[in-house]
Design a protein around this ligand. Structure first.
Ligand code: SAM
Length: 262
């Protein structure tokens, strides 16, 4: 499997890890990542805001919403507060399936398989372009007659065709019952983010996989037929931020939303 790892071209999972301050990346990832930061200085803040959103969303789902099953597609490299750690803090019996197609994530997957007793974590080396295959492969671990939180954070932006991205979401949400949730984040050019467009162009010429931004209307189309929870589609940094302590995070150019299947 390690011979699948290419060290001559920057890979998203590893560059994302670099932006988050991790060490699981190669010189080519750091060089491309730093060049992107030069063009788009808030990218590190976007990555941190996205992870913080993941934490708040999973805490809500495993807590108040009572969800016990999570399908986290486009997992990324293990970092602090991975989905199973957040979920199993309040729900030790939570079952989590992680999915990614990057060989470096597979190589580090053991760090994701540290489930609490009573719960389960599994890792699936699979491609989001094959949602039917993912549904078939998760069936031994997840009971698809009970609610599942389908999480796609920062991944639909790697499905370049919007109709295909919509179809992937539809296939996954059709496979799970009423009371399931969809959790999404996605980069956009509509929430500021100076230099984002140039950075994406540079990325697409120098790294893999290619990326695209989407409008609020396109993001909303992924949530069609679902009930979008308050506060709706917002910058992920502003989704249920800590109102009680009046901590207001700066807006980042990344939409975030949580929606429930009726
Ligand atoms: C920006 S990172 C986001 C990681 C994590 N979800 C988060 O929000 O912190 C995107 C992840 O999606 C994975 N990915 C990209 N295209 C994919 C595909 N077609 N199938 C599965 N995973 C994919 C990458 O390898 C990377 O780990």
């Amino acid at each position: 499997m390690t011979d699948r790892i290419r060290t001559d071209v920057a890979h998203n999972a590893r560059v994302w890890n670099h932006w988050l301050g991790g060490k699981d990346n190669y010189p080519v990832d750091r060089a491309v990542g730093d060049h992107v930061t030069g063009l788009y200085p808030s990218i590190g803040e976007v990555a941190r805001a996205d992870r913080a959103f993941l934490g708040r969303a999973v805490e809500f789902l495993a807590g108040e919403a009572g969800v016990r099953q999570f399908l986290d597609i486009g997992t990324g490299l293990p970092t602090v507060d991975n989905t199973h750690e957040v979920a199993q803090r309040s729900a030790p019996d939570a079952r989590i399936v992680y999915v990614d197609n990057d060989p470096i994530v597979l190589a580090h997957a053991r760090a994701l398989l540290t489930s609490s007793t009573g719960g389960t974590t599994e890792y699936l080396d699979a491609d989001a372009h094959d949602p039917d295959g993912i549904v078939r492969a998760v069936e031994p671990t997840l009971d698809l007659h009970k609610p599942v939180a389908v999480m796609m954070l920062g991944i639909l932006n790697f499905v370049m065709d919007t109709d295909e991205a919509r179809a992937i979401v539809r296939t996954l949400m059709d496979a799970v019952p009423s009371g399931s949730y969809l959790v999404l984040t996605h980069p956009t050019l509509e929430l500021g983010g100076e230099g984002n467009e140039d950075a994406m162009r540079f990325w697409n010429e120098n790294a893999t996989p290619p990326i695209t931004a989407r409008s609020g209307a396109e993001f909303a189309s992924f949530l069609e037929g679902l009930e979008v929870l308050e506060p709706g589609i917002v910058s992920c940094s502003r989704w249920r931020h800590d109102v009680a302590r009046e901590i207001r995070f700066p807006q980042v150019a990344q939409f975030g939303a949580v929606a429930r299947k009726p």
